[in-house]
Design a protein around this ligand. Structure first.
Ligand SMILES: [Zn+2]
Length: 96
C-alpha cells in the first residue's frame, strides 16, 4: 500500500485531499465533480462506475480513473483491476 497523506487541493487551496506521494496534481471532490458527472454511454462501464458517491469523495484514485475513462473513452486492464481492488477494500471496511 502506498503511504497516504493529506494535502490541500491544488485548485481551490481550501479542501483537504488524501493522496499518495506519487500524486502531483491533487483535486478535491468538489473541484473534480464537474468532470465526473459526464454521462457514460457504455452500459457495462456505467455499471462498473456505479459505486457509492462516498467512495469517490474519499478517494482521489477512484476519481482519477473515472475522469480518465471519461476523457479517453477506455481503461486498461490494470486500471480496471486497481479500481475494483480499491472498491473492494472500501466495501470490506464498510462491513466492519
Ligand atoms: Zn478543490
Amino acid at each position: 500500500m502506498p503511504v497516504l497523506f493529506k494535502t490541500k487541493c491544488s485548485r481551490c487551496k481550501k479542501n483537504w485531499v488524501t493522496v499518495s506521494r506519487r500524486d502531483r496534481y491533487c483535486l478535491c471532490f468538489e473541484c473534480q465533480r464537474p468532470e465526473l458527472e459526464k454521462e457514460i454511454k457504455d452500459p457495462e462501464m456505467k455499471k462498473f462506475f456505479d459505486i457509492p458517491e462516498e467512495f469517490y469523495q474519499r478517494n482521489m484514485f477512484l476519481r482519477n480513473i473515472k475522469s480518465s475513462y471519461l476523457k479517453f473513452g477506455s481503461l486498461t486492464q490494470p486500471q480496471k483491476d486497481a479500481f475494483m481492488k480499491t472498491v473492494e477494500k472500501f466495501r470490506e471496511e464498510a462491513k466492519e
